[in-house]
Each structure stands twice: as C-alpha cells, then as structure tokens.
Design a protein around this ligand. Structure first.
Ligand code: FAD
Ligand code: UQ1
Length: 458
C-alpha cells in the first residue's frame, strides 16, 4: 500500500471625496441615477488569446498563458458565477464530502492577469478570427482555445426534468441534484435501486457506477441491503473499456450481488407509477422495451457537444471541436485549439485527461507565438484516469490511455486492486492539486511521477 509519506509529497479601501460643495438637487439626482444603473462591463475587443470556457480545461490553459503573455493579453469568456470541481460530486452524492467543497466563486479562480468576459460565446467566425457573444458583441483574437465542456441533455429522457430531485429520482451530474443523491440514499428503505449509463460519450464514464458501489455499502451499513435489488443498466456491452479494471469490477459486482444489464437505454421515467422505461439495444429482444419499477433511481442523462459548437464551422460530424489527437490543434484552422470535454479527442472525458492535454496544448500554442525550440510535452497520448470509488474507503485507480486502452499507472503497485491509499489520494489530495496547481497551470498530470516511480521499481 502507498505510504502516507509518499502521498503527502504530492502533495480603496473606498476613499470618500470630502469635497465641500453646496447641495445641488439636480446634480445629486443625476449622480444617484447613474450609480444605480450597473455599468456595462468594459473590456478590449481584441486579444492575443481568447479562451472559451472557464472550467477545468479553460483555466488550466488561461492561467499559464496569461502569466506568460501579460496583463489582458488573454481573455476568458465564461458566463458562470461559480466554478465547480465536479469530480467531488461522487463523494458529495455519497454523503462523503460537503457540496460546498466542490465550488468556488469564478472570480476567485480566474487568473489575475486574464480578462474575464462574463458572457457566453454564441457563434464562431474562425475565418475572421472572431467570436460573437450572447450580448451581440464581437471579440477578435490571434489564437482561440475552445474549452466549453459537454452539454448534458436532461430533456432527452422523457419526464426527467420534472422527476429529478423528487421521490427517489436523482443524478450526481448536476449541482442542483447531487445532494439529493445523499438524501435519497439515506431515506431508502428497500426495493429496486436502479443506476443508469447512457449510450453516448459522457464525462467521467465511471461515475454512473461509482455511486452504486457507495450506495450498496451504505445500505449494508443501514441494514436495508437484504431488502434491496440493485441493478446497473448500461447501454454498453462491458462494464469498463479497459480489461484489467473491468475484470476486477465484474468480481465486485458478483460478490456484492449487483445486477448488470447490458445494451439497455433509459428513455422515459413515469414518476406517478415510479417506473423506468428502457429500450433494449441488442440481442433477441432488440427493439423492445422493458419497464422497471424503482424506489431509487440514479440517472445519467445523454450528453453531447454543446449546440453552439455543433452549429459552428469548428465541429466534426458528431459536433465536437475537430482537433488533431496529439497536438489539439484544429484540423482546419491553424490558430484554433480545443481540449477537454468539448473536443474530438478520442479518449475518456475527464479532468485527469485535461491535466495532460493542457500541457501539450500550451507547448504548441506558445511555440506558435514565440517560435524557437519546442518544449515538452509535445504529444498527447490519450492519458486519462477514472478513480473508481468502490466503497466508502476503497478505490480502484484506473489510469490508462483512451487511445490504446492500455493501463498507464502512476504507482509501482497493481492499481486494479481496491485500496484505501488511492481512495484517500482521490478524496483528500487530488482536490488540493486541482485548486492549487491545475487551475494555476502548474499541474500537467502524473506522467513525470510515473516515470520516476517506475524507474525505482523496474
Ligand atoms: P467544464 O469543467 O464542465 O467547464 C466548461 C465551462 O465552459 C463551464 O464553466 C461553462 O460555464 C463554460 N461554457 C459553457 N458554454 C459556454 C459558452 N457558450 N461560452 C463560454 N463558456 C461556456 N473527472 C476526473 O478526472 N476524475 C473524476 O473522478 C471525475 N468524476 C466526475 C464525476 C461527476 C459526477 C462529473 C459530473 C464529472 C466528473 N469528472 C471527473 C469529469 C470532469 O469534471 C470533466 O471532465 C471536466 O470538468 C471537464 O472540463 P472542461 O473544462 O472540459 O468542462
Ligand atoms: C489528476 O491529476 C486529476 O486532476 C487533478 C484528477 O482529476 C480529478 C484525477 O482524478 C486523477 C486521478 C489525477 C491523476 C493524479 C495522480 C496523482 C495519479
């Protein structure tokens, strides 16, 4: 087991004008009226680099670039007031971490030297090096980095928007419902508990099953396990894409009597009768439907590229920003890059993957600007990681390349085994790495540690 020492190594004023003057009612009223109208956010309309999105990917890139390129050379277009560390939501849903720890005001994480434009991008005009904002304003750039995340299509499951957060229906995939998971797990007194996984790429493909393992353990502790029928409904034909981790997960499901239902897709919820309707996607029953009564239902809705990207000249046939899988440079527009969940990179969409992607992207973009010898890392190899929480104190730290589906483990032990050390790493240390290093552009993933640790063990 990883030692705690090894783990810890990762470890105006307002100045009042005292100007004496006689009282002038008209002037006073004009000043008061001006003060009550919020000033339009004024900012330059042209930047060296425009970053679309202030999530995990956008900030990891914008922080380094704004430090290197100086004041207001980089703009981050981001409409949200709050930045979420979404990987914590599995812990929040399991009642293992408070929701508050997953959020920070956007103003507190925005790089100091970057210009925050608090708007959404509406359209791209890459031939003109411009983006148009939701308020109609146009911003131009020398370089564009698209990091707008993935769109969660709640309305693609019939009745989900109305049912969510009520009568046992929940999802860890929304800031609004994640705490309901904890509440409904605690309220559960037995019956059918269903966990779903949709038929499309999603962020953190392991999260739909992680919460099942946590719930099962909590129900055992609460003495309701014997009354619970726990079923995982996945649209895929395997529990996990990498054999090494899939084998261990299958053993866990068998040992803990967790039912696996492959090639099934949740299409409708009937909240009045508390039933979930699934399409059967393969096998003899293909094309038919099955209806399951539920007492607890954790839903992972279908996701897609954001609509405004799909509709733009930047997208590929599936809607993702079409980039080279090694360099993250756009396949048609040389001065455009993309990373993270909105990109076409054919790997599993995670914050862990972005750590490595952001390092490579910055190498290429800074080389575009400054020329000279290109620094490392130069090629993204598909690295991604899924910390598969399998209980309240256990975790399988899956690390692999989404390009080869081969493990790329950091530590010199078998990471497919459930461990307390990797659980504590994920719960207590990685969040600090995220806030203190990744968002500041100083964490490019564990590749360097992997080489070092394996050099000693090989
Ligand atoms: P996001 O972080 O989602 O950021 C996108 C940003 O773009 C947002 O701030 C949004 O407001 C902004 N935006 C959207 N539209 C526009 C627009 N039109 N104009 C401008 N800005 C826009 N990853 C892991 O590595 N490990 C885990 O254990 C893990 N667990 C997870 C568990 C759950 C329940 C969830 C939901 C996710 C999990 N993830 C995990 C995945 C991880 O959170 C995402 O992969 C990561 O946040 C993606 O970063 P991103 O910057 O691409 O998108
Ligand atoms: C990681 O670097 C990262 O980003 C900060 C994650 O996102 C939440 C992860 O889940 C993981 C596993 C890593 C990889 C880090 C180590 C130390 C293996």
């Amino acid at each position: 087991m990883l030692s705690s020492t090894a783990l810890s190594s990762f470890g105006s004023a307002a100045r009042l004008s005292a100007r004496a003057h006689s009282f002038q009612p008209r002037r006073f009223l004009a000043q008061a009226a001006a003060a009550s109208v919020p000033k339009k956010d004024s900012h330059p309309s042209s930047y060296k680099v425009v970053v679309v999105g202030g999530g995990s990917a956008g900030l990891a890139v914008a922080s380094t670039l704004s430090r290197t390129l100086g004041d207001k050379a980089v703009a981050v277009v981001e409409p949200a007031d709050v930045h979420y560390y979404q990987p914590l939501w599995t812990f929040v849903g399991g009642g293992l971490k408070p929701f508050e720890e997953s959020k920070k005001p956007m103003k507190d994480v925005m790089p100091r030297k970057a210009q925050w434009i608090k708007e959404a991008v509406a359209t791209f005009a890459p031939e003109e090096n411009k983006v148009t904002l939701g308020n109609g304003e146009t911003i131009s750039y020398d370089y564009l980095v698209v990091a707008a995340g993935i769109q969660v299509n709640w309305d693609k499951i019939k009745n989900l928007p109305q049912a969510l957060g009520k009568n046992g229906v929940t999802s860890n995939y929304s800031a609004q419902s994640v705490e309901k998971t904890d509440e409904f797990i605690k309220e559960f007194k037995g019956g059918n508990a269903l966990f779903t996984m949709p038929p499309v790429p999603i962020k953190c493909a392991g999260a739909p099953q992680k919460i099942m393992y946590i719930a099962e353990e909590l129900w055992r502790d609460a003495n309701v396990r014997s009354k619970a029928n726990i079923q995982y409904y996945t649209a895929g034909g395997a529990i996990f894409p990498v054999a090494k981790y899939a084998n261990e997960l299958l053993k866990i499901c068998k040992k803990r009597d967790l039912g696996l239902n492959y090639f099934t897709n949740l299409t409708e919820i009937k909240p009045d009768s508390k039933e979930a309707v699934f399409d059967i996607l393969a096998g003899e029953a293909k094309g038919t439907q099955v209806t399951m009564p539920y007492d607890f239902l954790h839903v992972v809705p279908p996701m897609s590229a954001p609509d405004f990207i799909k509709a733009s000249p930047l997208s590929n046939a599936d809607g993702w920003v079409d980039v080279n899988k090694e360099t993250m440079r756009h396949t048609k527009f040389n001065n455009v890059y993309a990373l993270g969940d909105c990109s076409s990179l054919p790997t599993s969409k995670t914050a862990a993957a972005i750590t490595a992607q952001s390092g490579v992207l910055k190498t290429h973009l800074l080389h575009d600007i400054f020329g000279g010898e290109m620094s490392y890392p130069r090629k993204y190899d598909g690295y991604t990681s899924c910390p598969l929480i399998t209980g309240t104190e256990k975790l399988i730290l899956a690390e692999f390349s989404g390009y080869t589906l081969q493990p790329q483990e950091t530590f010199p032990f078998d990471q497919s085994k459930e461990r307390l050390s990797t659980y504590l790493l994920t719960k207590e240390i990685i969040p600090d790495i995220y806030w203190d290093s990744m968002l500041k552009g100083r964490w490019q993933g564990p590749a360097a540690y992997r080489k070092l640790l394996h050099a000693f063990s090989d």
